[in-house]
Design a protein around this ligand. Structure first.
Ligand SMILES: Cc1ncc(C[n+]2csc(CCOP(=O)(O)OP(=O)(O)O)c2C)c(N)n1
Length: 279
């Protein structure tokens, strides 16, 4: 381990209290956590300025391990808690880390409405194609035809494309990365954290234990190669035909807009209401 990594571990992780972690060996969640703390370190944000909120799931364990202000809440409700924190403490950098069930099944409505409102929040969604923690039930991103404990004869539903959904719902900043492309992931996190407004980062990740094992990719390397081979840079995708893009997904920045931010508009309303009462 390099001195730099050791420094980051001691600075940002609750390594002496909360480890060992619950994640399976080779889980992509560790890569997401690494990219997140490197991004925060690059931005020079103080640990006290950051709130990391989660729901329930393997990804939901992340706040347990980091030495920020942390909230480990109920399944599907990471964004609701994050919204409350941001409205009460607008100076905080508030990040919600979610699994696909958390963000797009039980929490799906919260997700699209947070995007529509353009709250100044950072949503990081770990898309591992499955419900990891509860044993591999299919999720809203399980690919058509693949296998899960609840679709053992092949999945007959079609998957959400989370980043595209976020763009359509109105998020100011939307990006997609993978756990294979580590440096890009870190750079996208830096950009998202710097952005005012709702920023969404979808991270294509590997759950080789619950998803890969049932789909001929039982080890992390095979799953990461599967992600690598399907990922297409968003600029390159513009020159490709729909046929060439079949079964691929784009990585990079999908949207970077500047709309009025809810948290700031809300403050203006409060000021106007106060002035009206004083008149
Ligand atoms: C209200 C409620 N419903 C269901 C559950 C059971 N449950 C816990 S985690 C989870 C899904 C986990 O999948 P995901 O959100 O994709 O996260 P992952 O574990 O894959 O990171 C479910 C259904 C729960 N804890 N609370």
């Amino acid at each position: 381990m390099t001195a730099e990594v050791t420094k980051l571990i001691h600075k940002y992780l609750r390594h002496d209290k909360k480890f060992p972690h619950v994640w399976c060996p080779g889980c992509g969640n560790g890569i997401v956590l690494g990219a997140l703390i490197r991004a925060i370190d690059r931005l020079g944000l103080s640990k006290d300025e950051i709130v990391l909120a989660s729901g329930i799931g393997c990804s939901g364990r992340m706040p347990v391990y980091v030495d920020f202000n942390t909230l480990h809440t109920t399944h599907g409700r990471a964004l609701t808690f994050a919204t409350g924190v941001k409205l009460a403490k607008p100076s905080m950098t508030v990040i919600a880390i979610m699994g696909v069930g958390d963000a797009t099944a039980i929490g799906g409505n919260h997700f699209i409405h947070a995007a529509r409102r353009n709250l100044d929040l950072n949503a990081i969604i770990i898309n591992n194609q499955i419900y990891g923690m509860t044993g591999g039930q299919f999720s809203p991103t399980t690919p058509y035809g693949s296998h899960a404990t609840t679709s053992s004869y092949g999945h007959i539903e079609h998957a959400f494309e989370i980043a595209e959904l976020a763009v359509t719902a109105g998020a100011d900043f939307v990006a997609r990365g993978t756990v294979y492309h580590g440096q890009l992931l870190e750079d996208l996190m830096v950009k998202g954290l710097q952005k005012r407004g709702f920023s969404v980062l979808e991270v294509m990740s590997n759950c080789h234990v619950q998803f890969g094992r049932r789909n001929d990719m039982a080890d992390p390397v095979t799953m990461m190669k599967w992600l690598r081979d399907r990922a297409v840079n968003i600029q390159k995708a513009q020159e490709m035909t729909p046929d060439e893009l079949k079964d691929k997904f784009t990585i990079g920045i999908l949207a970077d807009e500047e709309k009025p931010v809810y948290t700031e508009e809300y403050q203006k309303i409060r000021d106007r209401a106060r002035q009206a009462l004083e008149r």
